[in-house]
Design a protein. Structure first.
Length: 476
């Protein structure tokens, strides 16, 4: 007599939105990263309109120049964040977070990650002090050297410098969480940070807070970082406090050989990111710096949103390398790089079309019978005056493509604890900086855009793709 076989449960069919997200390699970590960047991109026009409505052209220039000078923290951070991420991800393959929220697992791996935490906390504590004493004072001198204007920037700048220094000190805690594959949670909190920061910024701007908006944004950022560390993951970080015993991370053998290369490149990278805004502030005035800052900020948000696909998978890349699962690494990287590049190109095209549309309505009168839309129409007209024209916008949009390609290549190779980019990356960044400086101070944003393009398409793209090809061929 044959036995009756119980019917096997049919696999649940996933909804088409879920299938689409899976096909685009969107997991929870990528989803929250995209939510954060997407919110910035969607809320950006609202922020732009509020800035236009409540800020003068001069104040707009100070607002974006504050952000560009804050980016100088890379000169004191010196690439330690990337090193921490990949070292932690290598140890994570032997560790886990238990039911109580504490870190547990292999004794040697636990000892090494504890020593890594101690090392980077010391590093960032010194970096925070250097930021206040060095960059904070340098920024104060930079603004003091400008002609006297109508913006009271002194106290807000000192507050921004202090809050940024505190955020810099807690940076390694978040990086350790990312390296321990908690990217989905940290990205969720970054999304909360982005949304609440924007809402607070809108409130301060509309209340006439002016440049104090920068202070409010920094304060919201620090609040969420401390909440994540002190409340959400308090047991995780408490488990890193016991005395170290066993294997240790060697700064001289494991950290410094990679870090100094990253530090040189990180400092050089400033010249292809935020440098152009204070450059315009110095040579073209606050108004031009404000227009370029608004445009460049939108484009960099787009680029970071596209790069989120790879950044969110950094712990996975490190784990696959430690397991020597190179075929899976290649498959995931190829898919993610394709998706992220398509998103970048589509978003850049849409942004240029929006700027083109704004340029078309310049000087047009509101159609008869549409009087209720007059305030909105006024803001649209004013937005066209506060953002760059189409020609330099197209140049800058094309300029973010080489930046994205270079970041994709580095995201693939760095988990191997190798850094073959030192010479090429430093050379291209410095050449870019020189071209942007020379052409930008003379020809304004158009000259800066051409400086980015010449270096990016003649040096960055060919050079990084050649390094990737050689690296892959050596491992096959």
């Amino acid at each position: 007599m044959t036995e009756k076989r119980e019917p096997q449960p049919q696999p649940q069919r996933r909804s088409w939105p879920r299938r689409m997200l899976n096909r685009m390699e969107v997991n929870r970590a990528v989803f929250y990263a995209l939510l954060s960047r997407g919110w910035q991109f969607v809320s950006g026009p609202v922020t732009m309109l509020l800035i236009i409505a409540f800020f003068s052209s001069e104040l707009q220039g100070y607002y974006y120049t504050f952000g560009a000078l804050i980016a100088l923290q890379t000169f004191v951070e010196m690439g330690m964040q990337v090193v921490t991420l990949y070292l932690a991800s290598h140890e994570w393959s032997k560790l886990k977070i238990d039911e109580q929220g504490a870190l547990s697992g292999d004794a040697d791996a636990l000892s090494r990650i504890r020593s890594l935490a101690t090392l980077v906390l010391k590093w960032y504590s010194v970096a925070g002090l250097l930021f206040v004493g060095g960059i904070g004072m340098a920024g104060y001198y930079f603004f003091s050297s400008q002609p006297v204007g109508n913006v009271d920037w002194q106290l807000p700048w000192l507050c921004v410098a202090g809050l940024t220094a505190l955020s810099l000190i807690v940076t390694p805690c978040l990086t350790l969480l990312d390296g321990c594959d908690q990217v989905a949670v940290t990205n969720r909190y970054r999304a909360f940070q982005s949304i609440t920061g924007t809402l607070v910024a809108w409130l301060v701007i509309s209340s006439g807070g002016g440049i104090w908006t920068c202070v409010a944004i920094c304060a919201v950022r620090l609040f969420w970082e401390l909440w994540l560390i002190v409340i959400r993951y308090r047991r995780f970080f408490t488990s890193l406090l016991p005395p170290r015993s066993g294997a240790l991370v060697s700064w001289s053998e494991e950290v410094w050989p990679l870090q100094w290369k990253l530090a040189v490149q990180a400092m050089a990278t400033y010249f292809t990111s935020a440098f152009v805004i204070p450059l315009m502030f110095e040579y073209q005035g606050p108004e031009v710096a404000g227009r370029l800052g608004l445009t460049w900020s939108a484009l960099m948000t787009l680029q970071l949103a596209a790069y989120s696909w790879l950044l969110a998978r950094a712990p996975l890349f490190g784990s696959l390398v430690s397991q020597n699962n190179i075929p899976e690494l290649n498959r995931v990287f190829r898919r993610l790089s394709q998706v992220s590049t398509m998103v970048l190109l589509a978003g850049g095209t849409l942004f240029c079309l929006i700027v083109w549309g704004l340029q078309l309505v310049q000087g047009m009168e509101l159609p008869a019978g549409w009087d209720r839309l007059e305030p909105v129409w006024y803001l649209i007209q004013k937005l066209q005056q506060r953002i760059l024209p189409l020609y330099p916008t197209v140049l800058l949009t094309l300029a973010i493509v080489p930046i994205h390609i270079s970041q994709c290549v580095m995201a693939y190779i760095r988990p191997f604890k190798q850094e073959p980019f030192l010479f090429l990356n430093t050379l291209t960044q410095l050449i870019t900086g020189l071209l942007v400086w020379y052409l930008g101070k003379t020809y304004g944003p158009v000259g800066a855009g051409w400086g980015f393009l010449v270096a990016g398409y003649l040096l960055t793209i060919p050079g990084f793709l050649l390094i990737l090809r050689r690296f892959v061929s050596q491992r096959t």
